[in-house]
Ligand binder design. Structure first.
Ligand code: ATP
Length: 559
């Protein structure tokens, strides 16, 4: 039986979290727990996994646990208890009492992040020299630390181990597949109760579901994404999604083309989940990562003794593994010419032969291929077979690049920021305020790595600037605008995002009064701004119902 160790500073946390682990793992795992304040930690600790309740606990005991895998738990608000805080009137001043300054501030940030921000928290812990004399105190299980003058103690109980840590723990212990449904169901039940009162938590649900599925996907052949989880409201993306939804109903091959990081795999998974193959596996093969010598045996399998080093019993290939499901041929442009012939034959004849074997095996799979290369150009250069291209390109999908998706840039940036905020509970600034001074830079940049690059940029910014809104100087140098545009922003046209939006509105109104036509291009010229910035704010103004665009050459109209 596996052994799990849990170590916290205080006895309250040790007991509450150990009980949580017992409830979850039952008799599957031997759980041992210690509390640093009890002073009973042995000099050598050994377990399959050691979980610390906090960084402080880890600092105290780290020298004892050499050789074991260690996890520092993220701890969440106890959702069953926070209802009590909604009973307090907006603007009420309360003391937030905890054992250490760090955990006190973290608890406040966590409560605010999950949307319980209608009351004013004042930190209070034994190490603090002063705090206001308030009648109400909120504490996560540390009643005995509440000062005597407090008349009403609201105990929201100990912060428990959060769901992301639990997923990591189960994954490490090899139990994740046993718990996936249970975790979502239980956690989501708690969250739904609360989410009626607090909107932010829905993010959190999304994050959990994605995380559980991503961990599973690494092991099995599961498609995580569905169309409704694809972020973006731009017209071009909506058109792609509508088309892809129709294609999901057909059995013909699909070819998805688009730059790297535009979400080709996301669309492929969503198509699979909306198709009649959804109950079968989603098997992905990446041609860029497989050597030519391996491709044939990986895709078609091999019989016993087919080559030196082969498994004794032979192996099935990915075509067979994907039976009744979808085979996703990623980076198909990287398939060597010699293999393209074999692939074409398999697709045409709907059967394969294992390497070294003579028997033909019928295949029943939906094929979706994807590439970021221009296959037509490759055909012209003799690098890709024309017949294979036409076999795959029955239903074509063109993924738009991020720079062509206008308002989606900020929508995605804000969503990725919120995900980061949930992961690191120190990020407490609203997404609108966080990006305020760098919006023009994000809109101006051309995002060659598309959404993947945007996701990474947000992570980079929140790492370097977790609790203040970053200025342009923090952006990677490649994202700094070309000198001319920067100059126009900083000197000649010192617009903040808000001011620029208002200027656009003014210009539209002026043109309407003069009965002249006004559009994106003329606004860009007049205000010396790049067209994509203007497009972004026009979209925002339209969404807010402040302007509308008239047909033909009518241009924009202020409402
Ligand atoms: N519309 C979207 N909403 C949310 N996340 C997205 C979206 N599109 C892409 N992503 C994220 O961007 C990253 C890249 O997506 P994906 O792997 O599907 O792109 P790709 O086009 O297949 O890239 P490549 O060609 O490099 O394989 C992933 O982390 C994915 O979750």
């Amino acid at each position: 039986m596996k052994t799990l160790m849990f170590i916290a500073m205080g006895i309250n946390t040790t007991e509450a979290c150990t009980q949580q682990l017992h409830k979850l793992l039952g008799a599957r795992v031997n759980i041992i727990s210690y509390s640093v304040n009890n002073g009973n930690i042995p000099s050598h600790l050994s377990a399959d996994l050691i979980i610390f309740a906090s960084h402080e606990a880890y600092i105290h005991a780290k020298s004892s646990c050499r050789g074991s895998t260690v996890l520092i738990a993220r701890r969440a608000i106890n959702y069953h208890e926070v209802d009590k805080l909604f009973a307090l009137e907006a603007g009420t001043d309360v003391l937030l009492v905890n054992d250490l300054p760090d955990s006190t501030n973290r608890t406040i940030a966590l409560l605010q992040t999950i949307g319980i921000d209608h009351i004013n928290y004042h930190p209070c812990c034994p190490q603090m020299a002063s705090y206001p004399h308030l009648k109400i105190a909120v504490t996560p299980g540390e009643r005995e630390l509440v000062p005597d003058f407090v008349e009403n103690i609201i105990d929201i109980k100990t912060r428990l181990i959060d769901i992301t840590t639990i997923v990591e723990m189960l994954s490490h212990l090899g139990f994740l597949h046993l718990y996936a449904d249970f975790l979502s169901a239980n956690y989501v039940q708690d969250i739904i109760r609360l989410s009626k009162k607090s909107y932010n938590i829905r993010n959190e649900i999304q994050q959990l579901k994605t995380m559980v599925s991503q961990k599973q996907t690494k092991k099995g052949n599961i498609a995580v994404y569905t169309f409704d989880k694809i972020l973006g409201k731009s017209k071009v993306l909506s058109q792609v999604i509508t088309r892809a939804q129709k294609m999901a109903k057909s059995n013909s091959p699909i070819l998805i083309q688009g730059e790297s990081g535009t979400g080709k795999e996301l669309i492929a998974q969503s198509i699979h989940n909306a198709s009649s193959y959804c109950k079968g596996p989603f098997v992905a093969v990446n041609f860029a990562s497989l050597s030519e010598s391996l491709l044939e045996s990986e895709l078609f399998g091999y019989v016993p003794g087919a080559f030196t080093g082969a498994k004794r019993d032979g192996a099935i290939g990915l075509f067979e593994e994907a039976t009744h499901g979808t085979l996703f041929l990623d980076e198909i442009g990287d398939a060597p010419l010699s293999f393209q012939v074999k692939l074409l034959r398999a697709l045409q004849e709907k059967q394969i032969r294992r390497v070294g074997g003579s028997r033909t095996i019928p295949i029943n799979v939906r094929v979706i291929a994807a590439t970021n290369q221009d296959l037509v150009k490759m055909i012209n250069k003799g690098l890709f077979r024309k017949d294979l291209y036409y076999r795959l390109n029955v239903l074509p999908i063109e993924m738009p690049s991020l720079r062509d998706r206008g308002t989606d840039i900020m929508l995605l940036a804000k969503t990725f920021y919120q995900r980061q905020a949930m992961e690191h509970d120190t990020l407490i600034i609203s997404p609108e305020f966080y990006f305020n001074s760098i919006i023009p830079y994000l809109l101006h940049y051309d995002w060659p790595g598309n959404i993947r690059e945007l996701e990474n940029t947000v992570e980079y910014l929140t790492t370097l600037s977790p609790d203040t809104s970053p200025g342009p100087e923090l952006l990677p140098s490649k994202m700094q605008m070309p000198a001319v545009t920067q100059k126009s922003y900083q000197n000649e046209n010192p617009y903040t995002a808000k001011a620029l939006k208002e200027r656009i509105l003014e210009e539209i109104e002026l043109a309407n009064i003069k009965h002249t036509s006004i559009g994106r291009r003329s606004l860009a010229k007049k205000l010396c701004q790049p067209e994509n910035h203007i497009r972004f704010f026009i979209e925002e103004l339209k969404n807010e119902g402040r302007i509308l665009s008239r047909r033909g050459r009518g241009g924009l109209l202020k409402k």
